[in-house]
Design a protein around this ligand. Structure first.
Ligand code: PLP
Length: 372
């Protein structure tokens, strides 16, 4: 079965092998050297002033960012399940919460965020997804962050980049906390979260909040290449291998370029066979199609063509399907996915198969390489 869900993503064979070595103790010079190496590379990936690794899923890092950086009122953008989660985290910790709510295909705007900020002066942090995975939506986070900082430099900007870090270049100039997770773009098993922080965020954290997710404690330890509690040693070793593979395949710039081209080619191929891309501003992390036959297409992909793509959640259950674009994906796999979708449409009596999807994918994906 070809795993093409936008998280979890498949773990490459060489990463699984790297993680199969006998467990090493985390309080040893041997592991601290690995930790130091990975930490140095994470500064490249995150582009932030400080970086911490947390033994948790992505949601743990979301919670850590909120509890350590928001002390009064959190403004969150709810245009999907993950944006909604930020509000739930704030309320679970007794913080006040103001929410901007949108349909899952609709990005937040600079104007509405500034308007909300002016109406609620107690807001001291903004939490937003860079790529909202519920609908494959890209929010204009960089523009929103810049506008917020111009007016209220004290407001902490928390950006969930779980399906954006390692997928596309992110301008972190005005972002205070950038969140990444292991099982999406980083092609690892779940259980490791990464939090990039600005100097301003480190200052705002002060003594930190909470116990396990007290970021002051973690920052202090991780600057010494160790962790406050037991490190997720196996996942850190896997991460070292993934980052090495990304370097071997031309580095981050090339990964971003290939991912953008693959996402464009997939969307173009599916539109060429009459399908509709759901989000108004698609993120490169996934291709989201809304269709009355979404469930039937998904079932055919699984049963007839051994491809696993994701469906929708909540009110979009049965109405959309989502195709992963994150990670090191071989182009022939993506061609097979769009080809299989075209075959599924034929089986459903919608459109006779004539290889349009595969041809359009190849034209769009290889166009630039051909000319070079
Ligand atoms: C998957 C995901 C999360 C949640 O991460 P977990 O690892 O499941 O806790 C948060 N935000 C976005 C955008 C995601 O895609």
């Amino acid at each position: 079965m070809l795993l093409f869900t936008p998280g979890p993503t498949p773990v490459p064979e060489s990463v699984r092998q790297a993680m199969a070595a006998p467990t090493i103790h985390h309080r040893t010079p041997e592991f601290e050297a690995i930790f130091a190496e990975v930490r140095a590379q994470l500064f490249d990936l995150m582009q932030t002033d400080e970086v911490v690794m947390l033994a948790s899923t992505g949601t743990g890092a979301m919670e850590a960012a909120v509890t350590n950086l928001c002390h009064d009122t959190l403004l969150n953008i709810n245009a999907g399940k993950f944006g909604e989660r930020f509000g739930k985290i704030a309320r679970a910790h007794g913080l006040d919460n103001v929410e901007i709510k949108h349909e899952w295909d609709t990005p937040a705007t600079v104007e509405e965020v500034l308007h909300t900020l002016r109406a609620h002066p107690a807001i001291d942090a903004l939490a937003i997804q860079i790529s909202e995975s519920a609908g494959g939506l890209r929010h204009p986070v960089e523009a929103i962050a810049a506008a917020v900082k111009a007016e209220r430099p004290d407001v902490m900007i928390i950006a969930d980049g779980i399906t954006a870090v390692g997928v596309e270049p992110i301008d972190v100039t005005h972002i205070d906390a950038l969140i990444a997770g292991s099982q999406k773009a980083l092609m690892l098993p779940p259980g490791l979260a990464i939090l990039g922080l600005s100097h301003a965020a480190v200052e705002a954290i002060g003594e930190g909040k909470g116990y396990y997710f007290n970021l002051a404690t973690e920052i202090k330890k991780q600057r010494q290449n160790t962790t406050a509690y037991t490190a997720a040693t196996t996942l850190v070793i896997g991460l070292r291998r993934i980052l090495e593979m990304i370097r071997d395949q031309g580095g981050l710039e090339r990964l971003y370029d290939v991912t953008a081209r693959r996402a464009r080619a997939t969307r173009g191929a599916l539109e060429a066979i009459g399908l509709h891309s759901y989000p108004q501003t698609p993120a490169p992390s996934m291709t989201t199609i809304d269709d009355a036959d979404a469930e039937a297409i998904r079932r055919l992909l699984k049963e007839a063509y051994a491809i696993n793509v994701a469906g929708g959640q909540d009110h979009l259950k049965g109405k959309i399907f989502r195709i992963n674009q994150m990670g090191l994906i071989a182009p022939h796999e993506s061609v097979w996915v769009v080809n299989a979708i075209e075959r599924a449409l034929d089986k459903l009596g919608r459109r006779p198969f004539d290889d349009t999807a595969g041809r359009v994918f190849n034209d769009l994906f290889f166009e630039r390489t051909d000319r070079q």
